[in-house]
Design a protein around this ligand. Sequence first.
Ligand code: TRP
Length: 452
Amino acid sequence: MANRTDKHTSRPLFSTRFGVIAATVGSAVGLGNIWRFPYEAGSNGGGTFLITNILCVLLIGIPVVCAEFMIGRAGRKDICGSMQALAPKNSGAWKAVGFLGVLCALLIIAFYAVVSGWTLEYLFQSATGKIGEIAGANRHAAFEGFTSGWRCVFWTVVIVLLTGGIVYRGVEKGIEKASNLMMPLLFVLLVAMVVNSLLMPGAADGLRFLFYPDFSKLGASTFLSALGQAFFSLSVGLGTLTVYGSYFPSDTRIIKSASIMASLDTMVAVMAGVIIFPAVFSFGMEPAAGPKLIFEVLPDIFSRMTGGTLWSIAFFLLLLMASLTSIISLSEVGIAFCIDHWKWGRKKAVLTVTLYSLVAGILCALSFGPLADMKIFGMTLFDLLDFVTSNFLMPIGGMLISVFAGWIINRQTVRKELSPAPRLAVSAIIFLLRYICPVAIFLVMANNLFHF
Ligand code: TRP
């Protein structure tokens, strides 16, 4: 059977309610939850960061997710096409905003594929029983040695090809099916690892660190990093969720789906914290180890645990699945753009985006080794892409998307897309989109730029 499409617009559609949730949660849950959240929480005071993050998700994250979903479903096109279709005037300018989103997605793919590739290497090392060799005194050299060599390039290529193979199969048969399979498995693995972690001797210290808020540590920077984390983790700001929204059947409830997606996404981040901090405290390690936390510290932890090889296989498999469903959603932004904007077939669009991802991903992977000295504004390609996307493009995109949904689109379209839902919920989302989100996002961006 062919992939399901909308009767009127022949837009591809997700086929079930479960599929909608699996695909959107699949996009949201990724390296951002399992790798970034624990290290951000670790460096920003644990419990205080967690509470601020939850507030940001509720007040800013969920409204912007709703905005992206409704722009997509009302426009039934990629981010550029949908914004252009819904803008009553200056449609060219809003189309340009969408274009910025597509560009941002393409840039993120490059470094996201590289980090996803690292998870494949660690999975491979675990599966071949070598996790002990990259732990202890060797862990730093092992991480550096691997990321600067050709193996890193090889795994990046594998990730890009795997992603291409899945998106090639279409929205229902590819994206939805892969998410339906991987997301439940991910939750099972997470629960098993949470239980294992709670049985460790240092569990109480770890949990206290993660859940006990110390408000003396609350500063402007905590609030702003928590908002940044909420954005990255929820996949908002560049049209990923707009494209997925355009695949929603017309009876999907937008506010409800956004709330479920945001809750599950936050839950996974909390679970990742529950997995990592008890282990960190049980083995007397430093929670504020930064971005290398999971890649350098965890092999060490696994190598000292009973059944460590199995746990490390489970963990890196989990991270691989989480990052695959996210990179799939990032590729789909570019693919939908080619299909809607240039009227290409899916095959040509997937081949083009995959080819681009190969070149960009390889260049990015090489920036740890052979291209390490090629600095642009004093940064390697990997660092530059990470910096430009999370400090400029994503926040600008998120701010403009909330302005667009709150002020520009016809109010009736907004109410129609958001219902059926309680009146109060609809009004609250509209209020937040108009007055709170744009200002708050502006503050994050200003903070990132000027570090005030
Ligand atoms: N949210 C994903 C994560 O947590 C990453 C991601 C996927 C993303 N699509 C995105 C981030 C769009 C920003 C924008 O890892």
